[in-house]
Design a protein around this ligand. Structure first.
Ligand code: A2H
Length: 255
């Protein structure tokens, strides 16, 4: 890891409406009217059109970290420490935590997902396989192009009661966003079916699906939506990333 730093795109998903328990946890801890963002780290900024929800680890603890007077991020403390040395917070080198929030308490929160075709916002949902040691501990879900994400939303919709969510939160329409030669325009659902992946616990097949989807999408994919529609993913990827960063909806984050 130290040899090969990973350059992520950190996306700012603004909280529109808190789940009740999260609202309780942050009550009185930040100024009235301050903006709060959930901040997933992604390697595929060109897929952000396809966001249908945002995952947190239900058992993980997140912090509400101050960026500046009016803006706060919900991320792991580990990610906040890294960000403090990357010029992301107003106060270089130090972090200021306003509150702790348990992942499961954030579930149900409505957030705005930049570029997503779901303009009404997407819900925060639980994903058991979120690693606390990678990225920000927040993962934006693109089930059209990520086999992990597709397997998880399928599982959540199937067992909505068990996961304590509303079924429709996991069933937002999955729009095709990238055309590929080998797997059609819904790469992840295609591969999950082809490799007979039944649940997020099929980690070995998911690893294979992820590899296939990543290679095919990156090297053969063509964007079907957005300002760079018709362009190869390889070419469009940095353009989508720059556009998000220039709009103030994302920033570079590395670890
Ligand atoms: B990717 P790498 Cl469409 N735990 O974003 C588990 N997974 C995490 C994570 C964490 N703490 N933090 C980030 N990730 C996911 C989009 C995407 C991603 C697509 C296709 C493949 C893909 C939408 N989800 O990743 O180990 C995030 O999901 C497959 C490589 O640092 C992030 O990019 O290489 C990716 O894993 C980072 O994984």
């Amino acid at each position: 890891e130290a040899v090969n730093p990973q350059e992520y795109t950190a996306l700012k998903l603004k909280v529109l409406e808190w789940a009740p328990k999260a609202a309780e946890a942050i009550k009185g801890k930040i100024p009235d009217g301050a903006n709060v963002f959930l901040v997933p780290a992604t390697l595929r900024p060109e897929t952000m059109y396809g966001q249908t929800c945002c995952f947190v680890g239900p058992k993980l603890t997140y912090g509400l970290f101050k960026v500046d007077e009016n803006n706060y991020f919900v991320i792991t403390e580990r990610a906040a420490r890294n960000m403090a040395y990357q010029g992301i917070f107003a106060k270089e080198g130090s972090i200021e935590k306003a509150a702790d929030i348990l992942g499961s308490d954030i579930v149900g929160t409505l957030v705005n997902a930049p570029l997503s075709l779901h303009k009404e916002g997407v819900r925060v949902l639980p994903m058991d396989t979120v690693l606390p040691t990678k990225g920000t501990g927040v993962v934006t879900s693109v089930p059209s192009d990520s086999p992990d994400d597709f397997a998880t939303v399928t599982e959540l919709a199937k067992k909505a009661d068990y996961y304590g969510i509303q079924k429709e939160w996991a069933e937002l329409e999955i729009f095709p966003i990238i055309e590929t030669q080998s797997y059609g325009d819904l790469c992840a659902p295609f591969l999950v079916k082809k490799l007979k992946i039944a649940s997020p616990k099929d980690t070995k097949q998911l690893e294979e699906a992820k590899e296939l989807a990543y290679k095919e999408g990156f090297y053969q994919g063509i964007l079907k939506v957005g300002d760079f529609k018709g362009e190869k993913v390889e070419i469009a990827k940095p353009k989508v990333r720059s556009q998000l960063i220039e709009a103030g909806d994302a920033f570079a984050y590395s670890e």
